[in-house]
Structure formats: structure tokens, C-alpha cells
Design a protein around this ligand. Structure first.
Ligand code: NDP
Ligand SMILES: O=C(O)C1=N[C@H](C(=O)O)C[C@H](O)C1
Length: 246
């Protein structure tokens, strides 16, 4: 039975992943949080990595390097679901992927990963006279904005279009839309698990395609599926597209 070590175990996603691990016929090796061990016999991240077949990290960008170091030291594959990652984090993931299997995904749900393809295709087929905007809404506790998924969808649109500048802030009296850009808007409130909408707007018509997460169990299910898939993979950087065959 595959054993999964959970990093960020006490958080909303950490708890959801622990619940889905059993349902998938796998085992929780242990869980570690900012304050130390939460479940299982392991006292440190490195010990947990050594006692797990695969690690799953849904914590914080500030914890990423230590989590990658532990994965590399133990030779344990790691799934990174944490968002709010910058260029320096992606560079660190690339380095770790030289030694162990690393799968990074801003969204582990099947629906969003399919949506990414639909958005890229729509942007490819429509002319640059179609403006593209990404709208997201999440629960009041979310720290990063725009969401990792919004950025993922915007990147897919930009790929389809052959490149585009991102605009994450529009404010004041000189805030008119700049042609060819992709704009982002972030709403926060209540307990929303994660809504994303991509709006393609032209003169006289508009296409809106999106995804609503009704429960974060969908992300947890995808993360566990990714972990079970990654556990036997050689070093390298992987994505949800590899897992889902999309
Ligand atoms: N890829 C995907 O599909 C999804 C990704 N996410 C992302 O996952 C991450 C976690 O989300 P969520 O569970 O809602 O957040 P929570 O705040 O509920 O959980 C984060 C957990 O990580 C711990 N943590 C935070 N910072 C550190 C640190 N520096 N070292 C060790 N542990 C730390 C927190 O401990 P403490 O409470 O003490 O700070 C907490 O237990 C976010 O980046 C979120 O955007 C979320 C859903 C789906
Ligand atoms: O923080 C969350 O909750 C979520 N974060 C991810 C993101 O930033 O896109 C995925 C999902 O939308 C939920």
C-alpha cells in the first residue's frame, strides 16, 4: 500500500487529503505542519520524507524549499499543490526535479485541467479583437491573489494567442483596457471553494467558460491520484496533464 506524507497537514487541504487518502486505498504515513509533527511517528520533514513513498505539499511558498530539500535528501517523489509561487520557487522545483520526481499543479481537479485546454483552444481560434479577462472567487481565508488557477488559465489563453501581457490591477482615472492584455480580477468572501471564469469579449458578443468547485474534496482527490501516479516515477518535472492524460 502506498504511503503518503502530508506537508501542511493541519490546513484545509491537508485534512481533505488525509480523508481522500484512505478512500483511495492508500495510507497516511504522517503529517507535519508549521509547528511540527501532527500525525504519525515522524519528528521532522526529512524523517517523514524517509518514511513515505510520496510527499504531498499544500502549505505555503515559504515552506517550499525546506520541503523540496527533504524530498531530495530522502529520494522521495513530491506533489506540490501550494500556490502563490514565484519564479524563484519554480527554479527551485526545476533543481529538485533533477534528483526526484516532482509534480507541481496550481489546481489538481479534473475539471480545471480540462478547462485549461478549452481556454487555450478558444484563444487560438478567436482573433486578437476578442479581449480576455479571468475572474476568480475564493473563501475569505485565501492568501494569494490572483489564484494559481487564474494565472494558469491566463497562461493557457496567452499560449493560444501567442503571448500576452498580464494586468492584475486596474484602478484610477487612466485605467482603460490596454489592447492585447489579459486582465485578472479576484473576489474573496465566505467559504467559496474556488470559482474561475474566463471571459472572451468582442464587439456585440461574449463567451464565458468556467469551473465551480463545490467542495475542496475534488482538489484532494486529484492530489491523491497524482501522488499515487508519481510514487513510482523517475526524477523529472511532471504536471496534472501527465496524470490525467489530457
Ligand atoms: N493545487 C490545488 O488544487 C489547490 C491548492 N491550494 C493551495 O494549497 C495551499 C494551502 O491551502 P489551504 O489548505 O487552504 O491553506 P491552510 O492555511 O488551511 O493550510 C496551510 C497549512 O500549511 C501550514 N503552513 C503554512 N506555512 C507554513 C510553513 N512556512 N511551514 C510549514 N507549514 C506551513 C499551515 O500552518 P499554520 O496554520 O500554522 O499557518 C497550515 O496548516 C495554498 O497555497 C492554496 O492556494 C488549495 C486548494 C487546491
Ligand atoms: O486556496 C484555495 O482554496 C485554492 N487555491 C488554488 C488556486 O490558487 O488556484 C486552487 C483552488 O482554486 C483552491
Amino acid at each position: 500500500m502506498t504511503s503518503i506524507g502530508i506537508l501542511g497537514a493541519g490546513g484545509r487541504m491537508g485534512q481533505a487529503i488525509a480523508a481522500e487518502t484512505g478512500a483511495a486505498g492508500a495510507l497516511v504515513a504522517g503529517g507535519i505542519d508549521r509547528d511540527g509533527p501532527l500525525t504519525g511517528p515522524y519528528e521532522s520533514i526529512t524523517d517523514l520524507a524517509g518514511g513515505s513513498d510520496v510527499l504531498v505539499d499544500f502549505s505555503s511558498p515559504s515552506a517550499l524549499q525546506a520541503n523540496l530539500n527533504a524530498a531530495v535528501a530522502a529520494g522521495t517523489p513530491i506533489v506540490i499543490g501550494t500556490t502563490g509561487l514565484g519564479a524563484e520557487h519554480h527554479a527551485a522545483i526545476d533543481v529538485a526535479a533533477g534528483s526526484v520526481a516532482v509534480l507541481q499543479a496550481a489546481n489538481t481537479s479534473l475539471g480545471v485541467n480540462l478547462l485549461t485546454h478549452l481556454v487555450e483552444e478558444a484563444a487560438r481560434r478567436l482573433g486578437t479583437d476578442w479581449d480576455i479577462e479571468v475572474l476568480e472567487m475564493h473563501h475569505r481565508h485565501k492568501l494569494d491573489a490572483p489564484s494559481g488557477t487564474a494565472l494558469l488559465l491566463g497562461e493557457a489563453a496567452a499560449r493560444g494567442r501567442g503571448g500576452a501581457k498580464s494586468v492584475t490591477e486596474r484602478m484610477g482615472v487612466l485605467a482603460a483596457r490596454e489592447e492585447g492584455t489579459i486582465g485578472y480580477a479576484s473576489l474573496r468572501g465566505g467559504s467559496v471553494a474556488g470559482d474561475h471564469q474566463v471571459i472572451l469579449a468582442a464587439e456585440g458578443e461574449r463567451i464565458e467558460i468556467g469551473h465551480r468547485a463545490e467542495t475542496r474534496a475534488i482538489f484532494a482527490r486529484g492530489a491523491v491520484k497524482a501522488a499515487l501516479w508519481l510514487a513510482s516515477k523517475p526524477a523529472g518535472r511532471y504536471s496534472m496533464a501527465d496524470v490525467l492524460g489530457l
